[in-house]
Ligand binder design. Structure first.
Ligand SMILES: [Fe+2]
Length: 238
């Protein structure tokens, strides 16, 4: 959009795209996936040289795509790719030429994490990709999860920090900038839920404690034109 095209009024600029998806097969397949991932964890920890892995946290290598050969796993990967495609298409609807180009979605890495006993994953972003995602395989059911006396509603949620969070650094608060104060959002863990988010978006897995382990699958992806290059605009001459 050019400034000359703006009409008088309020512009709400630069929203943050984030896609929420639910896998219809989750209830049927997630218990199997939890067992498979548990086996991979046991193998990895048995092979660990120091044998001193923390009991409440585990993160696998990012080679799950190559490691798991199950039709149910392929179904999950297909759901993830289709969901990514839908979110990326929607997020870029004003930026891509129409009709939208044919796409290739490349999963650049996929891994899983297991947390319990108050383990967390501190604030971070993902690099060398444009989109990332987190799929919930297993967690305590809602009422039990939020009944934790220490963590309560925050127990095991995924917290995203929007771009406005960085603007809070000056700590000046008055009614005029109250719109800045909702700078983060928490997503309750829900088995079968997939959140697709821009890789630059800061996030963290809050501490979790429960009867069941919190198990999530994460991934990084890049999205390319199926034919030709990805560049939409030529470089202007200096
Ligand atoms: Fe992450």
């Amino acid at each position: 959009m050019t400034a000359a095209a703006a009409e008088p009024g309020l512009l709400e600029l630069w929203p943050t795209p984030l896609g929420v998806h639910r896998w219809a097969r989750a209830e049927q397949v997630n218990p199997l996936l939890a067992r498979v991932l548990g086996s991979l964890r046991a193998v990895a920890q048995a092979q660990a040289a120091d044998g001193a892995a923390p009991a409440g946290f585990f993160a696998s290598d990012d080679d799950l795509l190559q490691r798991i050969r199950l039709p149910e796993w392929q179904d999950l990967v297909r759901f993830i790719v289709d969901s990514l495609h839908a979110t990326v298409l929607h997020a870029n609807r004003g930026a891509w030429p129409q009709p939208a180009p044919a796409l290739q979605v490349h999963l650049r890495g996929m891994w899983f994490q297991v947390a319990n006993q108050g383990a967390s994953h501190d604030v971070h972003t993902h690099g060398n990709c444009s989109w990332s995602g987190v799929y919930c395989v297993q967690v305590d059911e809602h009422a039990r999860r939020i009944a934790d006396p220490l963590f309560g509603e925050r127990n095991g949620v995924t917290r995203f920090y929007g771009p406005r969070f960085a603007q809070l650094g000056g700590a000046h608060v008055d009614l005029g900038n109250a719109y800045l104060q909702s700078a983060h959002v928490d997503f309750a863990p829900l088995p079968g839920q997939l959140i697709v988010f821009p890789s630059w978006l800061a996030h963290q897995a809050m501490a979790y404690r429960g009867e069941r382990d919190r198990i999530i699958v994460s991934f990084n992806a890049s999205v390319h034109a199926a034919h030709g290059g990805d560049q939409l605009h030529g470089y202007a001459a200096a």
